[in-house]
Design a binder for this molecule. Structure first.
Ligand SMILES: [Zn+2]
Ligand SMILES: [Zn+2]
Length: 312
């Protein structure tokens, strides 16, 4: 049986493996296809594509966008927002102009947010500086600096037991040094993915933190009305029960399914390919045309491009 992993990070965002290593690692993990889906960047895609080509792994150019989850279903607009909404773009054209605009905006927003988080931490008596975070990011050769790096500094300085502990105690949603980022509306994220010729996938629905399946369905139906193409049912945060629940949800809403490990190298204890996602899921996604036609003239569709050949 052949497998794929359609949710992978590299040093281009907050993973610890350089994108140029991914082909070899995928081969070692026994995978036939992978998607590189770094947070808010496509910088790693060329090196990853090349590496996959060398090792005979089918490659999916992707991105993971952090999106405003909006108000909770059944609650007023002003209610405290909880839960994380990430949209994966799979089979995207890395050079698409709309995606490029989003990347620039996100980078700017992140640049403003990190110093604010540090300032809040300092007010809480935590003696770390932004330079400490920059030094760590530099050491790890990561291009995008975000909360995982701040969390790592907190761990290194003994303020937290591990990354999760640092988020819970200090910088996660609801914690004292949490700072909201300027949110990207879901409609814009989905449109940009479509503009880039890709498929928009609801990543790890568990992280939306809807306990009630009906509320989750209502929420996902809203995304579907904006053009969402698929739901990530296999994910390292999902139990088998969740996986079945999300598969049913996708079927009910007429959406495709996707799956991946959310591999981050050594930053998290999740192995590449650990979700055993059937290769057929990759094939189905690859053979599905985008739901909406692109609004501007565009080079040949990336999924049809000889650069990213399918595997038999
Ligand atoms: Zn995510
Ligand atoms: Zn991810």
């Amino acid at each position: 049986m052949a497998f794929c992993d359609l949710h992978v990070h590299s040093t281009a965002s907050d993973g610890t493996d350089p994108p140029g290593m991914l082909g070899q690692l995928a081969k070692q993990a026994g995978l036939s296809a992978i998607a590189l889906t770094d947070h808010d960047t496509t910088d790693g895609l060329p090196a990853a594509a090349e590496s996959c080509r060398e090792h005979g792994i089918a490659f999916v150019p992707g991105i993971e966008l952090s999106v405003d989850p909006g108000p909770r279903v059944g609650q007023p607009d002003t209610a405290l927002r909880s839960g994380t909404l990430h949209i994966l773009g799979l089979f995207i054209d890395p050079d698409d102009a709309q995606l490029a605009d989003i990347r620039v905006e996100v980078k700017k927003a992140r640049g403003q947010r990190n110093p604010l988080i540090i300032a809040k931490l300092q007010q809480l008596g935590v003696s770390i500086t932004y330079d400490d975070v920059l030094a760590l990011a530099d050491q790890q050769d990561t291009a995008i600096i975000g909360r995982p790096h701040i969390a790592q500094v907190l761990v290194n300085r003994g303020y937290a037991k591990n990354i999760n502990d640092a988020f819970r105690k200090y910088i996660g949603q609801g914690a004292e040094a949490y700072v909201r980022r300027d949110p990207l509306p879901a409609a814009r994220a989905i449109d940009a993915v479509h503009h880039a010729g890709g498929l928009a996938v609801l990543a790890h629905p568990i992280q939306l933190r809807y306990e009630d399946p009906d509320e989750l369905e209502h929420f996902t139906a809203g995304l579907a009305s904006l053009g969402l193409d698929a739901v990530e049912i296999h994910h390292s945060d999902h139990s088998e029960r969740h996986c079945r629940q999300y598969q049913k949800l996708a079927e009910k809403l007429g959406l495709l399914i996707s799956g991946g490990s959310d591999y981050h190298g050594t930053r998290k204890s999740i192995a590449l390919g650990s979700e055993n996602v059937p290769f057929e899921i990759y094939q189905t996604l690859r053979n599905t045309p985008p739901r909406f036609p692109r609004s501007t003239p565009h080079p040949p569709h990336p999924r049809r491009s000889p650069t990213f050949p399918p595997q038999a």
